[in-house]
Design a protein around this ligand. Structure first.
Ligand code: FUB
Length: 340
């Protein structure tokens, strides 16, 4: 077994280069950055990409990550420090492989790491692990969170309530779940998707119970609507939800942002409640280098930031590096589109 450690190591030399947003971490490969302010610092919870040597396919088998490392920054222009292994696959009793995009939450002096992994039957579920410190090490629960499935957990705190969002289609298996049941509609990742003229698959949301380790209610659909109030259709690949849910609140509006997957956009929609419905507004981030795109949004000392990834260093889709950029809310409530 690998021993989780929280030693802080400055692994990184953050230098300006010909790209407008230099990588935050140059080694190891990092992706899917979920950023939060805890105890006055910025903490980043990314995936830890590895060259596992698994051939690439539409299920994302080549994303074969085995652990999480947490990074922290004293300020947005600081070099992130790495805190060592926060959680390893070997220590998660129910998980067999593929530690994909995580997120974290803090409550009453405790920290919770939410993560997707495939179980021994090959089904993605969401797990939770606990620590006394934002950087871990985290102790996992013996079973996944009951009532969760698929990938890409994201926790949004609204006052004293915490909401868990999750889901991702194709390799994330959301198309294989209906009414909380797993079914097998066919071999291909697109099997089980609705017809192009039907409403797209919805990400899920549920309020977390006070223990932060279980759902307070059954997960429900997060509805994404167009400006006429009609559901975004499954064939509308520039606007339909694919994966990478994130929620933030600005001027009393809730912003639901997400990846459109095969059109490589980070899009956003706004609403009046953390449950939605959310009305599509536009794009936050144009396509990055590499197939996947995944982000988070955070406010630190009055300035908003987008955290995202691309493949600038490796040129390989499964070996990514995290980045950050200032994000601007315009006076009309829209978000200025960022060019990576
Ligand atoms: O990192 C593995 C997967 O790639 C994530 O879970 C997705 O959001 C995509 O970024």
């Amino acid at each position: 077994k690998k021993i989780a450690s929280t030693e802080t190591v400055q692994t990184n030399n953050r230098q300006e280069n010909q790209f407008s947003h230099p990588p935050l971490v140059t080694e190891p490969f990092t992706a899917d950055p979920s950023a939060h302010v805890f105890e006055g610092k910025i903490y980043i919870y990314p995936s830890h990409d590895i060259p596992a040597g698994i051939p690439s396919d539409d299920w994302g088998s080549h994303f074969a990550m085995e652990d999480y490392r947490v990074y922290s920054m004293e300020s947005p222009d600081a070099t992130p420090g790495e805190h060592g292994i926060a959680l390893h696959l070997d220590d998660i009793p129910w998980a067999a492989r593929q530690l994909w995009a995580p997120d974290a939450a803090g409550k009453d002096g405790k920290y919770y790491l939410y993560f997707p992994a495939k179980d021994k039957e090959g089904l993605f579920k969401i797990g939770v692990a606990t620590s006394e410190k934002p950087e871990g090490p985290f102790t996992p629960e013996p079973e996944p969170i009951p009532g969760t499935y698929s990938i890409d957990p994201a926790v949004f705190q609204d006052g004293d309530q915490y909401y868990l969002y999750f889901g991702g289609i194709w390799g994330g298996q959301l198309q294989r779940w209906k009414d909380g049941e797993y079914r097998f509609p066919g071999d291909q990742p697109t099997d089980g998707e609705p017809a192009p003229d039907q409403p797209a698959l919805s990400p899920k949301v549920a309020r977390l119970a006070p223990d932060m380790k279980s759902l307070a209610e059954e997960a429900r659909d997060v509805l994404l609507l167009d400006k006429n109030g009609d559901p975004i259709k499954a064939g509308d690949h520039e606007r339909r939800f694919f994966e990478a849910a994130w929620v933030h609140k600005h001027n009393e509006r809730y912003y639901f942002s997400y990846s459109t997957g095969d059109t490589h956009l980070i899009a956003y929609a706004t609403g009046d409640s953390p449950y939605g419905p959310f009305t599509y507004q536009g794009n936050i981030l144009e396509p990055v280098k590499g197939w996947t795109t995944h982000h988070s949004i955070l406010s630190f000392e009055g300035q908003w930031y987008l955290f995202y990834h691309d493949t600038e260093i490796s040129g390989e889709t499964h070996l990514r590096n995290i980045k950050m950029a200032p994000l601007k809310h315009l006076a009309d409530g829209s978000i200025e589109t960022i060019t990576p």
